[in-house]
Design a protein around this ligand. Structure first.
Ligand SMILES: Nc1ncnc2c1ncn2[C@@H]1O[C@H](COP(=O)(O)OP(=O)(O)OP(=O)(O)O)[C@@H](O)[C@H]1O
Ligand SMILES: [Mg+2]
Length: 312
């Protein structure tokens, strides 16, 4: 049975879903809500490289963080980027114990090319940085924006693959530790974000299965940007009937929106039927606000109000 509490009430919170569904907004919102409730929070963006600006940290005024270590965004709120290269550096630092050597090693184009191209090495880097952050035990919650579905699965399926070849040593030990956190439902929660359209909902249900297959607990699924319903079911039926018998009216203003709303309602039904009962279903309306930070603030309020397990 799910334990009562907020969506973010875990040491590690992984927010994922397909492109453009609202992962970054939800991550920022969960971090803000957790921080507002008095928690010490590290919000992180998992990304293949740091050459681009950080959308997530940009929402906190730090699109280009100056450090690889977590930076302070506000008292008790920190931000970080988690990348293969930072993880490789941390690993080499631990292995070589001499910073200068690490810098020299990382300047070697051949080595960095190898680290980024060898199978699973980028994920090992990402994972190593993640474990390093968890080991520090400085935060109540590490809330992560995992950019794409494939990435999330890559990261989550990594430990068992690597442990088969590297059961011990610096990497093996770190991976084992990370796996313990990831597969402990009291410590880790995945939050899957999706949109009210049938394909995204189906894909998120598959992602939910895949996460569970890898023993990662899915705590919540969020149906984001649900359009508002201006009509009652009866009115919808009447409108449908009217449009079916008056094909000339197809171009009526709003017909397209009506069809979109119908599709969204169908997708919502699928979402309501198929999300496993132990996963908290959350539906968030499409917000009529202009700025991205206003979206985040609204989402933070909505997600703070969700109590998993029902108890206050
Ligand atoms: N509930 C909402 N209502 C209105 N706009 C929203 C809502 N949720 C997110 N948005 C907006 O949708 C856009 C995409 O959101 P976001 O960047 O969070 O998605 P993402 O899943 O992180 O995208 P990507 O896969 O590109 O990283 C943003 O402009 C955001 O402000
Ligand atoms: Mg994003």
């Amino acid at each position: 049975m799910a334990e009562a509490g907020h969506i973010w009430d875990r040491e590690l919170v992984l927010v994922t879903g397909k492109g453009g569904v609202g992962k970054t907004s939800v991550t920022a919102a969960l971090a803000k809500a957790a921080h507002r409730s008095g928690r010490r929070v590290l919000v992180g963006e998992v990304t293949p490289d740091t050459s681009t600006v950080s959308t997530l940290l940009g929402l906190f005024g730090q699109p280009r963080p100056a450090h690889e270590d977590p930076i302070e965004l506000a008292p008790n709120l920190y931000g970080v980027r988690i990348t293969p290269t930072i993880g490789h550096k941390l690993f080499l630092k631990a292995a070589l114990k001499i910073g200068l050597l690490v810098d020299t090693a990382m300047r070697s184009a051949a080595l960095t090319r190898f680290l980024l191209a060898a199978p699973a090495f980028p994920e090992i880097g990402t994972f190593y940085q993640l474990v390093t952050l968890l080991r520090q035990k400085r935060y109540d919650h590490l809330i992560l924006d995992l950019p794409a579905t494939g990435h999330a699965i890559g990261l989550i399926s990594l430990p068992k693959t690597v442990l088969r070849v590297l059961p011990a040593g610096l990497i093996g030990d770190a991976i084992k530790e990370g796996l313990e956190v990831l597969t402990n439902p009291k410590r880790t929660a995945a939050v899957l974000v999706t949109l009210p359209e049938s394909l995204p909902v189906t894909e998120s249900l598959e992602l939910c299965d895949a996460m569970r297959h890898h023993q990662v607990a899915v705590r919540s699924m969020i149906l984001n940007r649900m359009p508002s319903e201006p009509f009652s079911p009866l009115e919808l039926q009447a409108l449908d009937h009217h449009l079916a018998h008056r094909p000339g009216d197809r171009l009526l203003l709003g017909t397209k929106e009506l069809r979109r709303l119908e599709r969204a309602l169908e997708a919502r039904d699928l979402f309501r039927e198929r999300v496993p009962p132990e996963v908290e279903r959350v539906e968030v309306p499409a917000l009529e606000v202009r700025s991205q930070s206003a979206v985040v603030d609204h989402l933070a309020d909505a997600l703070a109000a969700v109590r998993i397990g029902g108890a206050p």
